[in-house]
Design a protein around this ligand. Structure first.
Ligand code: SOE
Length: 393
């Protein structure tokens, strides 16, 4: 398919050249999406050109395994190549700003993993670079992949159609336990300089994005609490200080008079990757559980009370978001498909010369909420300290 030359400054007579930066967890998930998206969706033609990573042996191995034509160790060389049009940033958060800004300035479309950046200042610079690039037809998007879960996309449609009436409150909990073991080793995800924050940026960011995306409303008020339960973890040279949160709790006030609570933890023993969302409205309610990602529970409060009850919708019909492209009815999909849907939407927008969503502006706005949660947690201004009531009882 040819790009519309009036909408893009990029070459229109050859497939888009894609480079991904990073080959670990997210690099693997994104590579898999690039590898299978064209087998299921009609997207602009592209080629999986280069995988970039710092370790020569590992990047060479990953490139071969994940279907990339070549590998490279310096992203700077790659973003200036004429045959590369898209840069997919799957590197740790501390690298997002530098790579994204350089790539946008070099005229490359950019897809970047969440959270947008490690700091608000970096996120602001990235968003300014994205706005400038967009004026030249160069697109950018942030990877909040859970927007592409068909059941959550359907939930968004239900809410927009008014099936829940007026939304009153939402609960979102994202719980994992991969840091429950105090002996679990130090990683870049546990240092403020490399990860920005802990459960807050890594997984609470998804909860915040979902709350805003499902309702179409914006967070305007925040209170937050952050906790680090394991302060030191074993590194190669002995114990190292953990400088990010293990868990976060926050209450959010949104436009539209909606209240929401979020909790996120990476030390919730027994919870592997549990994202649960509950939305309560005047005319109905929805609940979603990532462990059953093909299902949406819906309660229609407009029915006679004697008939009411949550009903399970198996979100696996051709008429449901994204699903026509996959398997016959009832042949369910999984977590990795959200990344394929993300690449499909990104490519489709680029092909049409349109701005993909969520944008860097959306990412920046979530970054502001994350920063506000941190600020509130540090200030403890609304904390009411109770005296020990057992004393003298
Ligand atoms: C990807 O969307 C992602 O947020 C990862 O970055 C997290 O680390 C993972 O645990 C949940 O999914």
């Amino acid at each position: 398919m040819k790009l519309n030359p009036t909408h893009s400054s990029l070459p229109s007579d050859r497939p888009l050249g894609v480079a991904a930066i990073g080959y670990a967890f997210m690099g693997k998930a994104h590579s898999n999406a690039w590898r299978n998206v064209a087998s299921f969706f009609d997207v602009p033609a592209f080629e999986q050109k280069v995988l970039v990573g710092r370790d020569t042996t590992q990047v060479a191995f990953a490139a071969g395994k994940y279907g990339w034509e070549e590998w490279a160790t310096d992203w700077r060389d790659v973003i200036h190549r004429d045959d590369i049009d898209i840069i997919d940033i799957c590197a740790p958060g501390w690298m997002h700003a530098e790579i994204a800004i350089a790539a946008l300035e070099a005229g490359k479309h950019v897809l970047v993993e969440k959270p947008l950046a490690n700091t608000l200042a970096e996120a602001e610079l990235m968003t300014a670079a994205a706005a400038k690039a967009r004026a030249r037809g160069v697109q950018s998007m942030i990877g909040f992949n859970y927007r592409r879960v068909p059941a959550l996309a359907l939930a968004r449609e239900f809410i927009a159609e008014g099936r829940l009436g007026t939304i009153r409150h939402i609960r979102a909990a994202y719980l994992q336990d991969w840091l429950s073991d105090a002996e679990s080793p130090m990683t870049w995800r546990l240092r403020k300089e490399t990860a920005g924050s802990g459960a807050l940026g890594d997984i609470a960011s998804h909860a915040i994005d979902q709350i805003q995306n499902l309702t179409g409303e914006t967070v305007t008020e925040v209170t937050g609490t952050l906790r680090t339960f394991v302060n030191d973890r074993p590194g190669p040279a002995g114990l190292e200080e953990v400088s990010v949160d293990d868990a976060v709790w926050a209450t959010l006030g949104l436009t539209g008079n909606i209240s929401a609570s979020i909790e996120a933890s990476r030390v919730a023993t027994g919870q592997k990757n549990s994202l649960r969302i509950e939305i309560y409205g005047s005319a109905g309610s929805l609940t979603f559980d990532l462990e059953n990602l093909n299902e949406l529970m819906f309660l229609d409060a407009t029915l006679p009370v004697r008939e009411q009850g949550f009903r399970r919708i198996l979100v696996n019909e051709p008429g449901h978001p994204y699903l026509e492209a996959w398997w016959p009815q009832g042949h369910i999909i999984g977590w990795e498909h959200t990344f394929t849907h993300q690449v499909r939407d990104f490519l489709t927008a680029i092909g049409a010369g349109e701005s993909p969503s969520p944008s860097f502006e959306d990412g920046l706005q979530i970054q502001r909420v994350l920063a506000a949660v941190e600020e509130s947690a540090a200030a403890k201004s609304s904390l009411i300290q109770l005296s020990n009531t057992t004393e003298g009882a």
